[in-house]
Design a protein around this ligand. Structure first.
Ligand code: IMP
Length: 204
């Protein structure tokens, strides 16, 4: 049995990654996917990188250093709004302070965009996933979902900035999509599926 540790404490992310890595075998062996907590790892991580990819690598390397012979994955993600110079970007979780509700964060962004016309409200969610292999090799995979910032919060599903992120092809916000619909098109879903393909191509 091979082990993959995902460097997160977020249960929603664990559900998604377990679903996408279901049935993965490496070198003919089945793979067990564990969270940091399940793997008994608790290391302080300082996310002081300058990009999503750099932050994902920092997290993955810190957890890999504390694990034994596991494959370690870590992700970093956020929202880039073009009219705001790609804010909140890598500071998405910390925007207006970690403890500020997303209702407040979302409404603050809507206010800042009040005079911005539809065609200039383009935005994307970005996800970078870093993978550290047992021999120390590391690769990073990035993916995005393009959309536009709406005019009010819509929908109850998802989390974070989902209620203001409109997906043009669906005419709905990502908070109005089911978990399954969102995973199919989301930045994290796309990046995770690409990581799975890369792991399957490696001889481990
Ligand atoms: P992370 O867990 O450090 O990657 O933090 C990413 C932050 O970006 C989250 O706290 C959210 O604010 C935002 N974010 C990333 N992905 C999504 C998404 O799929 N929907 C809504 N917000 C997201």
């Amino acid at each position: 049995m091979r082990e993959i540790i995902f460097a997160t404490g977020n249960e929603g992310k664990m559900r998604e990654i377990r679903d996408i890595l279901k049935g993965l075998t490496l070198g003919g062996e089945p793979v067990a996917v564990h969270s940091m907590k399940e793997a008994g790892i608790d290391v302080p991580i300082k996310e002081d990188g300058k990009s999503f990819a750099e932050n994902a690598r920092i997290k993955a390397r810190a957890v890999a250093a504390a694990s034994q012979k596991a494959i370690v994955l870590a992700d970093d993600s956020g929202l880039e709004i073009d009219a705001l110079n790609k804010e909140p970007g890598i500071y998405s979780a910390r925007y207006l302070g970690e403890d500020t509700s997303y209702h407040e964060k979302n409404n603050n962004l809507l206010t800042r965009l009040a005079l911005v016309p539809d065609e200039k409200r383009t935005a994307r969610f970005v996800c970078a996933i870093a993978c550290v292999l047992p021999d120390g090799r590391c690769f990073t995979q990035e993916a995005t979902i393009e959309g536009r910032i709406g005019y009010e919060e819509k929908g109850e599903n998802g989390f974070g900035y989902d209620p203001i992120f409109m997906v043009p092809d669906y005419g709905r916000s990502t908070a109005e999509l089911s978990e399954e619909e969102k995973n199919r098109i989301s930045h994290r879903g796309k990046a995770l599926r690409a990581v799975r393909e890369r792991l399957e191509e490696l001889s481990l």
